[in-house]
Design a protein around this ligand. Sequence first.
Ligand code: ATR
Length: 281
Amino acid sequence: THMHEENSLIKPKIVALFGNPVKHSLSPIMHNIAFDELKMNWFYFAFEVDKRKLEEAITGIKTMDFRGANITVPFKKQVCDFVDRLTNEAHFIGAVNTIINNEGELIGDNTDGFGFVRALIANKLNIENEKILLLGAGGAARAISYSLMKNYECDLTIANRTLLNAELLTQDLEEVTMKNIKSYPLNEVFRIISNFDIIINTLPVDPPPRIIDSLINNSNTCQIFIDIRYGKMLSKYFKALEEVDIKTMDGKTMLLYQGVLSFEKWTGVKPPIKTMKRALL
Ligand code: ATR
């Protein structure tokens, strides 16, 4: 198209990834393959940043006129202090995963939650009026719960090991959404597990075995079980759920759609999702 020809005549545009470590990140290949397919003169580079040099790296986005950046472990929280402005999402979550350089103004955004919602939509899952259970009350749970409650009328319960942390998150959510949200102790929630349509595990560990056992041994309404991690560790309990016809989804889909959303924010263009997905798999 005209825009792409024009792009190749002007100087290349650069998007950076800052983290430590970044070696194993799948984001560079996912974005570069999309730039390539759209014949855009854009490049995505990963930079391993020294913990004490984060502010300098962020300033470098302006100095070197990068179009933006992704921020990953361990800098997502700290980087909030070094951008010019936070979006509502990033402010609520208290973490930035995407920076957009808008003519010298650095906007700190977070696409994790809306990426998650996009992943649900892409998989044709109904969210409106559904009963949703979130396991965990950390950063990922904050991002996901915020985008769910902001976009849908759904009935959300947050279960957590430390009940107080679930209560603090539901309070914050109720304040910004004016909706009613429930909290529950993680070790008790198996008792009411058959009520939920969508269950999301944001814990760094497998969900409590009693939750899985209850789902397998009792009739339930669960249409999908989502774990935001990915890798071989999921296969055992995912397989058990699939055997009783509960669908499963892992964190790769979420990773894909947070990337899609970031791509759209930097470029204003819709990326080739299938190609990006292939790069991840
Ligand atoms: P993330 O940003 O990836 O969500 P986090 O902010 O460190 O990670 O949040 C970790 C979440 O996992 C918390 O909800 C934590 O529960 P507590 O609030 O009780 O700490 C939960 N978590 C971590 N390890 C856990 C474990 N072994 N069993 C159950 N819950 C665990």
